[in-house]
Design a protein around this ligand. Structure first.
Ligand code: Z5A
Length: 210
């Protein structure tokens, strides 16, 4: 791939949406072509799947249905948006990707990690992000920030233990993949969070000779 694939991860309200714009501007200042996208979503069909996944329904969505819909949306997103841009040399900045599936469906919903890994290999082959910034903060900090906004969606309505498991899996994955996943302390003032982000971006921009 000629472009780089950077993902942002973390629990509720840790600041992914806020910081993705900052990263985009940083890369553009270095003359790097970049697109911003998100998961689940990023294409018209994947956005329809997102609506199903986030809405609160009378019928319960089973864990496997949720998992398969996440990967269905991802498959569409990869073939329509992510891979074509990377092949063209455009960098892709994505708000959540497969680490979120390990954290939410694996940690939160307790789906077997091997099942997730199997679908990851089916849908992505050996494609993985070049860099993942994991914005980490105590669950209560993120939830307080998120709750200040609007009505809670299907995930945001989960219990505290769910989000604690999500955070644990994210941190475990960061320990297992130290070269790719960089932990950003997100419970600090925005300026300090962005300073940590710049330190990680400098590396990948330098490696790219930009
Ligand atoms: N999901 C899944 O289960 N499996 C998967 O494979 C994937 C996703 C890909 C998508 O939600 C849901 O899908 C998600 C997981 C699931 N469920 N949840 N929950 P999403 O990613 O679109 O939404 P989100 O995670 O809920 O994002 P968010 O709540 O919008 O959080 P955020 O983007 O990280 O935070 P933010 O909007 O940038 O910031 C929140 C507020 O905090 C805002 O008012 C900011 O101004 C403020 N903020 C940000 N940073 C700071 C600092 N440093 N100090 C003070 N205030 C701050």
């Amino acid at each position: 791939m000629a472009g780089k694939f950077i993902t942002l991860e973390g629990g509720e309200g840790v600041g992914k949406t806020t910081n993705i714009q900052f990263i985009k501007e940083y890369l553009q200042q270095h003359k790097i072509p970049v697109v911003v996208t998100r998961e689940p979503g990023g294409t018209p069909i994947a956005e329809i799947l997102r609506e199903i996944l986030l809405a609160r329904h009378e019928e319960t969505i089973s864990g496997h249905t949720e998992l398969l819909l996440m990967f269905a949306a991802r498959s569409q997103h990869l073939s329509e948006v992510i891979w074509p841009h990377l092949i063209d040399g455009t960098w892709v900045l994505c708000d959540r990707f497969t680490d979120a599936t390990y954290a939410y469906q694996g940690g939160g919903r307790k789906i077997d990690i091997d099942e997730i890994s199997c679908l990851e290999n089916l849908v992505q082959g050996d494609f993985r992000p070049d860099l993942t910034l994991l914005l980490d903060a105590p669950v209560e900090v993120g939830l307080t920030r998120a709750e200040a906004r609007n009505e809670l969606d299907r995930f945001e309505s989960e219990k505290l233990e769910f989000f604690q498991s999500v955070r644990e899996i994210y941190l475990t994955r960061a320990r297992q993949n130290p070269g790719r996943i960089k932990v950003i302390q997100a419970d600090q003032a925005l300026e300090q969070v962005q300073q940590q982000i710049i330190e990680q971006l400098e590396q990948i921009v330098d490696d790219n000779g930009q």
